[in-house]
Ligand binder design. Structure first.
Ligand SMILES: [Fe+2]
Length: 436
């Protein structure tokens, strides 16, 4: 007999519990269901899910999720469950291009289950006699919104725990719980209140008009990544200019980016922060453009004067990137990659959590790669030995939590420490001397 993995067993459990929950909800429902109304909101929510709007910084919202929440007040608990079930199934099946699969059913079941406790609370606390704007109804609706998010988070925890094991329980909780700005601010709940008010105002024919701002924003926001991509390309040409002078920096930046992203993922940082760290790591040494050739390419040791000039590169990276408004956060991260946990770093002598989290990660990856790569003036340390040294520097040079995550990432994926073979050849890349 086929043996099921724990996540697969959990998928079947979600499907079974959701099926039973929906079955019993419909059995105990005493109110007559207006099927036309339910079908209308189900179709509207499905169409709304087609125009998600990404506001940047990990915030995504669709009219579909707004209508789903509103429907629990407008057509009752069972009606809301039916609207959510139909529109979520439509969205998941469309995205995964599968009509029926364990993954699709489990995902829909998990989503519907996250609504059930909140919907029961809403049905018992709210009152259809008053206008929607009564204090009682608003409190019930807020409790509903909070419960939906919380139960949803608990279900995702359980799924990730079954996949990743209990070792990093705190990391999982941090990664999942109210992880994006729209969830912290309950933006969809506010919009759902507006939606209900429009429906109750006898102006229901105006509902399709709500699509207009979402469609406009959907297409407007689609161009934002294109602009960011243009900026990234422009900066890549600067990086290439730097590479033409100092091939090591290019390889080093690639390696530091790869290691930093893996470590940030391990720490459970949200996706938008991982993207910031990726950009900052790839450009952390871009300020070296301002360091004269005679110093940057000097073989052997540096004088104190030269060392001071080299140290300027961190500030230069920050100033250079700060010039582009959308890169301000990245500029702060890149500019702080030589700060140290105990405050003895540069350029500002920041200490502990004053140092941006991304910079604390990049600094570990930066030192790790610098010490394990082949340089003309130093033989490389084996990665295992360097990990031991990093452990010794946790709490003084580096954030202990970052060091712990970094070590775990490399113990589990030792191939991450292996440099990619470039078509220029590693020997050529290692033929120049530059500080990290
Ligand atoms: Fe640096």
């Amino acid at each position: 007999m086929m043996k099921l993995t724990l996540p697969e067993k959990l998928d079947f459990l979600y499907i079974a519990v959701a099926f039973l929950a929906v079955f019993f909800l419909f059995r105990i429902n005493r109110l007559p269901l207006d099927l036309w109304e339910i079908a209308f909101f189900a179709v509207l929510a499905s169409l709304g899910s087609l125009v998600p709007v990404s506001f940047g910084w990990g915030m995504t919202l669709s009219l579909g999720q707004v209508i789903q929440k509103a429907s629990f007040f407008l057509v009752g608990t069972c009606g809301g469950v039916a609207v959510t079930l139909f529109s979520d199934y439509f969205e998941v099946a469309l995205h995964s291009r599968k009509i029926v699969s364990r993954g699709v059913l489990a995902s829909v079941a998990q989503y519907v289950l996250s609504f059930v406790p909140g919907a029961i609370v809403l049905a018992n606390l709210s009152s259809a006699d008053h206008s929607f704007l009564s204090l009682q109804n608003l409190a019930a609706f807020s409790a509903f919104g909070f419960l939906v998010e919380s139960v949803g988070d608990i279900l995702v925890w359980s799924y990730l725990l079954s996949k990743e094991g209990p070792g990093d329980f705190r990391g999982i909780v941090r990664r999942v719980t109210f992880s994006s700005p729209e969830r912290i601010l309950f933006v969809d709940l506010f919009l759902a209140v507006l939606f209900i008010l429009v429906c109750k105002s006898q102006q229901a024919l105006a509902l399709p008009l709500l699509f207009v701002p979402f469609i406009v924003l959907h297409y407007a926001m689609k161009t934002t990544p294109a602009i960011l991509e243009e900026i990234r390309k422009a900066l890549a040409s600067f990086a290439e200019a730097l590479e033409a002078r100092d091939a090591y920096t290019q390889l080093h930046s690639e390696m530091v980016t790869r290691l930093s992203v893996a470590c940030a993922k391990r720490l459970g940082l949200p996706e938008y922060e991982i993207q910031e760290i990726e950009r900052a790591a790839s450009m952390h040494d871009i300020g070296k453009i301002a360091v004269p050739d005679a110093i940057l390419l000097k073989p052997g040791r540096f004088t104190n004067e030269e060392r001071l000039q080299i140290k300027q590169h961190a500030t230069m990276s920050r100033e250079f990137l700060k010039g582009i408004r959308r890169l301000r956060v990245i500029a702060q991260i890149a500019g702080a990659h030589h700060e140290m946990w105990d405050g003895t770093g540069y350029p500002d002598g920041l200490k502990g959590e004053e140092i941006p989290a991304g910079a604390r990660i990049i600094s570990v990856a930066d030192v790790f790669h610098a010490m394990t790569s082949n340089r003309p003036y130093r033989t490389p340390l084996p990665p295992e030995e360097m990990l031991g040294k990093l452990r010794g520097m946790a709490g003084s040079h580096f954030d202990p939590k970052v060091v712990e995550a970094f070590i775990r990432v490399l113990e589990e994926n030792p191939e991450l420490a292996i440099e990619p073979v470039s078509d220029r050849g590693l020997d050529a890349l290692h033929g120049t001397a530059a500080p990290t």
